[in-house]
Design a binder for this molecule. Sequence first.
Ligand code: HBI
Length: 98
Amino acid sequence: MTEKLSDETRGPLLEPLFATGWEMVEGRDAIKKTFVFKNFVEAFGWMTRVAIWAEKWDHHPEWFNVYKTVDVVLSTHDVGGISALDAKLARKMDNLAE
Ligand code: HBI
């Protein structure tokens, strides 16, 4: 069962993400990041590759794409906050955006 990360366990999981540009969403237990690509095709191609992992892991982002920019918010709806799945998907997003 997926669980919301406790205050004690979230540090080691989230600190590395904060270092790569992820931030807490104000007023919500969620993390956010804006990815900017060379153009729309690069942005959408990245979204497509992320989508395949999201479907494989049954864990989906909240994202908004305008041209070459993708605004992403990650949280686990089932537990009402950030879980390890969000950290895993965030790492995958960073890796696929390199
Ligand atoms: N994605 N971000 C996120 N949070 C969820 O709770 C979630 C999901 N994708 C699929 C999913 N839950 C399903 O497991 C449940 O809706 C049944």
